[in-house]
Ligand binder design. Structure first.
Ligand SMILES: *Cc1c(COP(=O)(O)O)cnc(C)c1O
Length: 389
């Protein structure tokens, strides 16, 4: 007897699990494996946020169900953040919704917007969760080509007309996982005008919106005029405030899309624990100095890794956002082969680019969200490999 549904059965296998199985085997042999595949910050949540949670958790009023759409206080904090950071006005009642992490929101959004067998455009290479969520919702995926030479901005010109005609929803993600690609506002102007012309909804995943370097500031898609006619933007405290385990995020923008999503959610969950929403509101109302401190740590790690890769003959442009390095594998290697070699010969896990889509072939991703000493040790081992690759 098989109890799992066809949709679950036909989900493509999770490639990371293969590496983790091998990691366990090697560790059982006593080897020390350094995992640069992890996409979750190693740094702790800032103390002022933890303190707020601890205080609020003692109030019995906070132990009840949250309103379905999230607490008014958190939604107001999101709206105020958009006003001060992006000069975008949002109605916290209709244009902001609290999420139990943006992953939840993105998965439920697809159910809320897409009918079975309708097409969703996803960036290639892109975050693999998009395709699984589309598959589970019964939708069809079409790949949105990106331009590596232009920091992975979308290549709309190469999309066939029939794909544009049947696309219901387009997912974008800048700063991008896995490519660390970033855009300026003109990429969003182009996306919005295309979406309006072809009746496409846009969901922009801004999980790394605050993880940026130097004087680059990642734009919000809602800064594009008329964006609210077609677009929503997902935000998360996971990466910017080191709060992955807390499960708190938000979606903002087009009220019809948000309304549809809130119907799915109110039948699925009852929002997040109130003390977590309160602590997250405090984070969004902070001066963002903790975010800047984090970014400075990532930047130092970036320097080290870029320098080491250069010595290995792998040139990479310094990314303006995310805690990822996206680099070409040495000539003659496939992504998977090179990643396997790294694990077997250096005891370092890197992520093969091919797991992020067909255009990821030929690349690998390194995550900088590991303690600096471990990163340095990984670099040392990679250099030992130098002769071999
Ligand atoms: C980490 C990540 C998310 C998930 O964030 P949560 O808010 O923790 O669910 C979403 N999108 C991308 C691209 C990510 O890398």
């Amino acid at each position: 007897m098989k109890f799992s549904s066809e949709r679950v059965e036909t989900l493509p296998p999770y490639v990371f699990s293969q590496f983790h199985k091998r990691k366990k085997e090697l560790e059982a042999e006593g080897l020390d494996i350094i995992d640069l595949g992890i996409g979750s910050p190693d740094l702790p949540t800032p103390e002022f946020i933890v303190d707020e949670l601890v205080q609020e958790v003692y109030h019995a009023n906070n132990h009840r169900y949250s309103p379905y759409q999230g607490s008014a206080e958190f939604r107001q904090a999101v709206a105020d953040f958009y006003r001060s950071n992006y000069e975008v006005d949002l109605d916290p009642e209709t244009e902001v919704l609290t999420l139990i992490g943006s992953k939840e929101g993105i998965a439920n959004l697809i159910t809320a917007v897409v009918n079975p067998s309708e097409t969703v455009l996803v960036p290639d290479p892109g975050y693999p969760v998009y395709q699984s969520a589309i598959h589970l919702a019964g939708g069809k995926t079409a790949l949105l080509p990106l331009i590596p030479e232009e920091d992975y901005k979308p290549n709309y010109q190469s999309l066939p007309q029939d794909i544009l005609d049947k696309t219901k929803l387009m997912l974008l993600n800048y700063p991008s996982n896995p490519t660390a690609g970033t855009v300026n506002i003109d990429a969003f102007l182009e996306a919005v005008s295309l979406a309006k012309k072809h009746d496409i909804a846009i969901a922009h995943d801004a999980a790394y919106g605050l993880v940026t370097f130097d004087d680059y500031e990642a734009p919000s898609i809602l800064q594009a005029p008329d964006a609210k006619d077609v677009a929503v933007e997902f935000g998360s405290l996971s990466k910017s405030f080191n709060m992955t385990g807390w499960r708190i995020g938000y979606v903002v923008g087009n009220r019809d899309i948000i309304q549809a999503l809130s119907v799915v959610k109110s039948n699925t969950d009852t929002s997040q624990f109130l003390p977590i929403q309160k602590a997250a509101a405090k984070a969004l109302r902070s001066d963002f100095s903790t975010v800047n401190d984090n970014n400075a740590v990532y930047e130092q790690r970036q320097d080290k890794v870029l320098c080491a890769l250069k010595e290995l003959g792998i040139e990479v442009k310094r990314p303006r956002g995310t805690f990822f390095i996206w680099a070409k594998v040495p000539d003659g290697f496939k992504s998977m082969e090179f990643s396997e070699l790294m694990l077997e010969k250096a005891g370092v896990i890197i992520t093969p680019g091919s797991v992020f889509g067909p255009s990821g072939e030929g690349y690998f991703r390194i995550s900088l969200s590991v303690p600096s000493e471990r990163l340095e040790e990984a670099i040392k081992r990679m250099k030992v490999l130098e002769g071999g690759v």
